[in-house]
Design a protein around this ligand. Structure first.
Ligand SMILES: Nc1ncnc2c1ncn2[C@@H]1O[C@H](COP(=O)(O)OP(=O)(O)OP(=O)(O)O)[C@@H](O)[C@H]1O
Ligand SMILES: [Mg+2]
Length: 264
């Protein structure tokens, strides 16, 4: 069971969109996937039409079993949703011993999934620390904005800090360029930054997700892009990403980038 946080401290770079649609694409390929939302905005659940239900707060604070907060989106795609109560988790955990390891503890008994993705909020928080301690692995979407590169670097710094403090091995699973529009010169500039900052370090840079308003429309219809517009460009992007992603997990921790970002 591979656990991966989807993180970038910059807001609006496509974290939730990546979580939902990569999970959806992997599920379509027969993988069993759980998506855990840790953002009090609760956008993952809203985007998939799941409402007013038990979720992260219940798991972390009342200590119910994972099975009681896991909801079925499709046969292979399950979710632990979040809602505004997630904002109160931090205060509740302040006095807890090993407060950065509560999520890991609560999910100790979880089994039966090939992948567990954790969607995160763009803020330095105890919940984010809990996520890093649980997953020890991160996938970072970066939109075509220099500040999104900075947000990813900040995300990495936090992970490295926690790694030093707690002494565990931490894996950067890869970068996913998002909102890519090849007609814009900023796209080339930011892809260049990504290559220099992450690619050169041997961090895999996956093929990009293009800009596509179908992704927004799919959320409004409470569907993944694969169900909403199965033949759309971005549905293809996510299917390709899921294939590369699976390949990468077979290879394990790599030092070589999986492939060069295609700009052609
Ligand atoms: N490739 C894309 N093309 C067009 N729109 C996109 C794309 N990816 C995401 N969006 C839209 O951009 C908005 C922000 O995306 P998303 O919510 O996934 O970002 P986020 O990083 O999760 O944001 P936050 O930091 O607030 O959690 C959403 O309305 C989403 O539908
Ligand atoms: Mg989000």
């Amino acid at each position: 069971m591979k656990r991966i946080a989807i993180s970038n401290l910059k807001g609006g770079v496509g974290k939730t969109t990546l979580g939902i649609n990569l999970a959806g694409a992997l599920a379509e390929m027969g993988q069993r996937v759980l998506l855990i939302d840790t953002d009090s905005q609760g956008h993952a659940a809203i985007s998939l039409g799941l409402k007013h239900t038990a979720g992260l707060w219940d798991l972390m604070i009342t200590g119910v079993k994972p099975s009681e907060v896991i909801h079925t989106i499709t046969d292979n795609f399950h979710m632990i949703p979040s809602d505004k109560r997630t904002g109160a988790i931090e205060q509740q955990l302040v006095a807890t011993i090993h407060r950065e390891a509560v999520l890991a503890k609560r999910l100790e008994s979880l089994e039966g999934y090939d992948f567990v993705f954790v969607d995160t909020a763009p803020s330095l928080s105890l919940i984010l620390q809990n996520t890093i301690v649980y997953t020890r692995s991160v996938l970072m979407p970066i939109s075509m904005d220099y500040l999104a590169v900075v947000g990813a670097m900040q995300s990495l710094d936090l992970a490295r800090l926690i790694q030093q403090e707690m002494g565990f091995k931490y894996e950067v699973f890869g970068i996913v360029p998002t909102f890519v529009d090849k007609r814009l010169s900023i796209t080339d500039t930011v892809l260049g930054h990504i290559d220099r900052v992450f690619g050169k370090e041997g961090i895999p840079v996956f093929n990009p997700i293009g800009i596509d308003t179908n992704l927004q429309k799919a959320s409004a219809k409470h569907q993944t892009i694969l169900d909403y517009a199965e033949k759309s460009r971005s549905a293809e992007d996510f299917r390709q990403l899921a294939e590369d992603f699976l390949e990468q997990t077979k290879v394990g921790t790599r030092v070589e980038p999986l492939q060069k970002v295609s700009r052609g």
